[in-house]
Design a protein around this ligand. Structure first.
Ligand code: MRU
Length: 348
């Protein structure tokens, strides 16, 4: 990434600096979150987005929420902390990294409840930065673990954005492509534009162009034709939540791409950190799917493209069944033929 997606600026009384992803690719601008409400808003409106980046934003959002609390004692402080995590948890429902980040912050606070309020605040800031730094290492490892699946000279289709913008740096699905490029493999990437918010066109195309990777933008509806033409040798996407059986929620349209890949005998890979697994749920049926405002479809990017009063259904994610997934690439290794057993074997 030319600039970091998300950074904490200053000490415990500091603020969060984000790349405002709603403005890309025409403007590369920062937005500053000084308090928990502005972080909630940044997550909700997709200024910061992508499951791992949302997890980091949530952890830093907790610090914004507690930094000015003047609690009399630790118990009062922990109560206010709980309010902060509950509030941030209402921003977006699908990416489990959000809840993973919040739970980790709560756990660390509980583990340190013998300390003073000021000490716990410092520990929480340290933990948020640790989550961010760990994500950088995890993304590199995902790239290393997945690169063997990419053959020299292959075409690769991706959907949405699972790059550096969606993580602390380097991405998940795109990490594998960045690594392939670093190893000198010749690759040609097809980026689905990803209706309705165009994360593929605005963000993935932008990141890959920056990395000088051969990238071609297509409309979502063109993927079947491009596969039929023999231009795609594998699909690689990110994930927002993976159930214990390997069913995977990702950006709306991913399920359809998996069916197309199956029809054409093309391997379909998911790349995601362990923090995107939700082993408390048995299958994808239990994954909450976010529904977003109708205006994203009828009035995207300021242009009215549908008649007034039209009924709209706008789910932001869908679930790809494990049977459509060839392998899941994690920092711990590659899970071939995802199933309860195969996932457990790699994740431990
Ligand atoms: O709505 P978004 O833009 O947050 O959706 C993002 C995705 O679906 C990504 O593919 C997923 O979070 C993985 S990011 C490494």
């Amino acid at each position: 990434m030319p600039l970091p997606t998300i950074e904490w600026e200053g000490d415990i009384s500091g603020r969060v600096r984000l790349i405002d992803q709603t403005l890309l690719p025409t403007e590369l601008k920062f937005v500053y979150c000084e308090d928990i409400k502005s972080m909630w808003h940044a997550i909700k409106t997709l200024m910061v987005r992508g499951a791992p980046a949302i997890g980091i934003a949530a952890a830093m959002g907790v610090v914004l929420g507690i930094k000015d609390i003047h609690a009399k004692n630790t118990d009062a402080f922990l109560k206010e902390l709980k309010q902060a995590t509950t509030y941030l948890g209402t921003s977006r429902p699908t990416a489990v990294n959000l809840f993973w980040g919040l739970a980790r912050m709560e756990r660390v606070a509980q583990e340190n409840k013998g300390k003073s309020v000021q000490e716990i605040k410092e520990i929480l800031l340290h933990e948020a930065l640790k989550i961010q730094n760990e994500d950088k290492v995890i993304c590199r490892q995902i790239g290393e673990n997945g690169v063997g699946l990419i053959k020299d000279g292959s075409g690769i289709l991706t959907h949405c954005n699972a790059g550096g913008l969606a993580t602390a740096d380097y991405g998940t699905a795109l990490a594998v492509l960045f690594k392939a490029k670093e190893q000198g493999k010749r690759i040609a990437v097809y980026a689905d534009e990803t209706r309705p918010l165009l994360q593929g066109a605005r963000l993935t195309a932008w990141e890959l162009l920056h990395a000088v990777i051969d990238v071609t933008l297509i409309c979502d509806s063109m993927a079947a034709h491009v596969m039929k033409l023999g231009k795609v040798q594998c699909v690689i996407v990110g994930a927002d939540r993976i159930a214990a059986n390997g069913d995977t929620a990702n950006k709306i349209g991913t399920f359809g791409v998996s069916i197309l890949a199956k029809e054409h005998g093309i391997p379909f890979y998911v790349a995601a950190p362990v923090s995107t697994f939700d082993l408390t749920i048995k299958s994808g049926d239990e994954i909450p799917i976010e529904e977003r405002s109708p205006e994203e479809i009828t009035n995207g990017f300021g242009k009215k493209t549908a008649p007034e009063g039209i009924k709209v259904f706008n789910p932001a994610f869908d679930v790809t069944p494990a049977k459509n997934i060839t392998a899941i690439i994690t920092e711990k290794g590659v899970i071939q033929k995802p199933s309860v057993e195969n996932i457990r074997r790699i994740l431990g």
